[in-house]
Design a protein around this ligand. Structure first.
Ligand SMILES: [Zn+2]
Length: 84
């Protein structure tokens, strides 16, 4: 299914559809979606999602019957000492 996108609202560039990875937060859970159709600006890389795709992501994130592979994600605290 192809989705329609307006030109980029930041730079006016052409927006074309790509399948991208989305890190989706729901409550204190993080779900990584692959193959999400999104409009990506060819000039600045800004991403756009249609309302229907966002709704589907919300539903799929909450749906416990949809399983995927589990990955381990490190959570690191930012350290000011690293700012040089
Ligand atoms: Zn743009």
């Amino acid at each position: 299914m192809k989705h329609e996108y307006a030109d980029c609202s930041f730079c006016g560039g052409k927006v074309t559809e790509k399948k991208i990875q989305v890190d989706y937060r729901t409550g204190d859970e993080l779900v990584v979606f692959e193959n999400v159709p999104a409009g990506v600006c060819r000039q600045c890389g800004e991403k756009y999602y249609t309302a229907k795709v966002v709704k589907a992501l919300e539903q799929m994130a909450r749906d416990k019957t949809i399983t995927g592979r589990i990955i381990h994600i490190p959570v690191k605290s930012f350290t000011e000492k690293r700012v040089i």
